[in-house]
Design a protein around this ligand. Structure first.
Ligand code: UD1
Ligand code: CA
Length: 455
């Protein structure tokens, strides 16, 4: 089979510089969703007709298996498919999809392909309460005889509620013949793909139809409001799948997955969490409200408390992170680690049972096991030009409000006194501190306010 995806249209109502088909749905371009569905059908060829937005579209989507056909200018859906013809295998049927109709499922398409077989024209149609704007399916008895565009239809035809979704499958040689004979003598002066239906009937070819499992599947994106509506439908589907797998969602309508979320058993997710890229949540992990987690592995039984942001990190089993933690790329936390509020980490590995519970910045740092990082500890890893590493060995105790001026090493079991600015390595098992002596000035008196002078 061949698949042609129409993606050349301009999307004027999006009011955007970004080509319509590149607008993201669940974090991926609309067109990427359609390409993914097309691939799931394992066609021999996938041809994408592009135009508006130019080379940005193929450059963004990529894919060695995709063929691209430029349509310039855009003279209608029939003209669009003509551009794809040179790329098609004439011996196999051609399925036409739309780059701005991203929710179509492979199950529905498989049904359409099955009713059409190799020698019928197959149309995906749907009954709508409000069919206005769509092409109408005109039947003679049960037989489809043509499709009439809304703008070309008389009142009787406009009363028909069965509409063309745009998705069709046709024997390719016949399709090429019909397209070659199209005219643009219609209300929009466009070459209509839908005119192939009357041509097929004229040739005595049978026209079959199938309906989507859910009418939502054929919704297109023409505006920002429609894009937002489709996003909710998509997220609703995903939330349903997660709950079917046993994930406890506090509210399925308040979850956003922009990528792939893999969950173990007994995972719980509170409201307003966003998962981006590839995220894995181990058995029994729990994610508090308002967390954003990107490209990260969270170990079994780990707790991520509310308002935490984690990117490109890995969190060990039974760790406790947040609330209000920020873990930047390259953070690797061992088992049973604790990272508390207002702690930022970047490119930092912290081994099992170590803790940084409050108000710290650890960057380019290796922390051993059972280390305690006191509140307000900062690694000074950057001198304005270069970055340096800090090493804190097992069982060290870092007093509060300490600055570790990298490169610097804190030896095994060392203790740093509160307020230390560490500029040289601290030896193992010793107390190291840098502090001015505490003094009390006995003769000092707090200044008193002078009595106000009478005017
Ligand atoms: C089309 C159908 C209509 C159907 C409706 C479903 C035709 C003539 N009409 O109408 O029967 O009910 O879809 O939404 O086919 N495109 C190109 N190049 C072009 C024109 C369009 O690539 O020159 C692409 C668009 O990017 C879009 C798709 O084709 O993805 C549909 O185009 P659009 O203009 O939205 O068609 P409609 O007028 O809505
Ligand atoms: Ca449309």
């Amino acid at each position: 089979m061949n698949v042609v995806i129409l993606a050349a249209g301009m999307g004027k109502r999006m009011r955007s510089d970004l080509p319509k088909v590149l607008h993201p749905l669940a974090g991926r371009p609309l067109l990427a969703h359609v390409v993914g569905t097309a691939r799931s059908l394992a066609p021999g060829r996938i041809v994408i007709v592009y135009g508006h937005g130019g080379e940005t579209v193929p450059r963004t989507i990529g894919g060695d298996d995709l063929r691209w056909a430029l349509q310039e200018p855009q003279l209608g859906t029939g003209h669009a498919v003509v551009q794809a013809l040179p790329h098609l295998d004439p011996a196999a049927p051609t399925l036409v999809l739309y780059g701005d109709v991203p929710l179509i499922t492979s199950e529905t398409l498989a049904r359409l392909l099955a009713v059409a077989g190799a020698d019928r024209l197959g149309l995906l149609t749907v009954e709508l309460a409000d069919p206005s704007g769509y092409g109408r399916i005109v039947r003679d008895g049960t037989r489809i005889v043509r499709v009439v565009e809304h703008k070309d239809a008389d009142d009787a035809t406009r009363a028909i509620r069965e509409v063309n979704t745009g998705i069709l499958v046709a024997p390719t040689a016949a399709l090429a013949r019909w397209l070659g004979a199209l005219s643009n003598d219609n209300a929009q002066k466009e070459y209509y793909l839908t005119d192939v239906v009357a041509a097929a009937v004229h040739d005595g070819m049978e026209v079959a139809s199938a309906q989507p499992a859910d009418a939502c599947e054929t919704l297109g994106v023409n505006s920002k409001a429609q894009l937002a509506a489709l996003e909710r439908i998509f997220q609703g589907r995903l939330a349903g799948q997660l709950m079917d797998q046993g994930v406890q969602l506090a509210d399925p309508s308040r979850l956003d997955v922009r990528g792939e979320l893999n969950c173990g058993r007994d995972v719980t997710i509170d409201v307003n969490c966003v998962f981006e890229g590839r995220v894995e949540l181990g058995d029994g992990a729990s994610i508090g409200a308002n967390c954003v987690i990107r490209d990260t592995r969270i170990g079994a039984g780990a707790q991520v408390l509310p308002f935490t942001l984690i990117e490109q990190s890995s969190i060990g089993a039974r760790a406790r992170i947040g609330p209000y933690a920020r873990l930047r790329p390259g953070t690797e936390l061992g088992e049973e680690t604790h990272v508390g509020n207002f702690v930022e980490m970047k490119n930092t590995q912290m081994a099992a049972k170590s803790k940084a519970n409050h108000l710290s910045y650890l960057g380019d740092t290796v922390v051993g096991e059972r280390v305690n990082i006191g509140a307000g500890t900062i690694t000074c890893n950057y001198d304005g030009a270069n970055k340096y590493r800090t090493v804190i060995e097992d069982d060290a105790f870092i007093g509060s409000d300490t600055q570790l001026v990298a490169p610097v090493r804190v030896g095994r079991g060392a203790t740093l006194g509160a307020g230390t600015t560490l500029t040289r390595d601290a030896p193992e098992h010793k107390l190291t501190m840098s502090r001015t002596q505490q003094t009390t000035v006995e003769s000092w008196e707090r200044p008193a306010k002078k009595p106000a002078r009478k005017p």
